[in-house]
Design a protein around this ligand. Sequence first.
Ligand code: DC
Length: 218
Amino acid sequence: MIIAIDGPAGAGKSTVAKLIAKSLNFLYIDTGAMYRALTLKALEQGADIKDPQKLSELAAHTDISLLNDSNAPLKVLLDGRDVSADIRQPRITQFVSEVAKIKEVRKIMVELQRKLGNKGNAVLDGRDIGTVVFPEAEKKFYIDAIFEERVNRRHKESTGLGQKLTAEDVAADLANRDKIDSGRAVAPLKQADDAVYVDTTKLSIEEVVNKVLGFINE
Ligand code: DC
């Protein structure tokens, strides 16, 4: 079974997706982490983030893998190197939407996501899982929250990671990513017609997980 979880940044998708995967003993596939890993490689190599051809070539020669352990945070390997922490740095967050809007890059990432998902039962979180990657997914969710709450959550998260971002920095980044992710020509962030909409603004993580599990078990 494929469970698709889409929504904007800061809505709680990845936390919820990982807990759902753990509870069902499914594979967890964080598709945003893949775009982040490629962005890290591009920045490390000094590649021009806005050069689609360069980025597509880079994507074609990059090995990204996800190591699942339901009792530990997901491990992201970039060409065999553990980059799980590096891909959460603000400079990656700042540029990832530019990389993710490149058509050829998406083609390569979507292929990888389908390959991983087709291994068996999986929960995938991202922006286009229910619309493009797995339109035939058995269960689809669109996890959302009002902008201020998403800023709050991401700000707390970044402070927890020791990053010195102000709430204004986080708000500017989220507004910028919302705009690029929703406005891009290829696979924009959009709720699938058959997805269940979950507004998490006033819900705890546990409440969201229980709600989503309730729909899955229906
Ligand atoms: O979920 P995240 O914040 O880690 O995702 C990072 C970026 O990657 C996000 O701003 C948009 C892009 N992304 C995407 O375009 N498609 C996906 N399926 C997942 C993420």
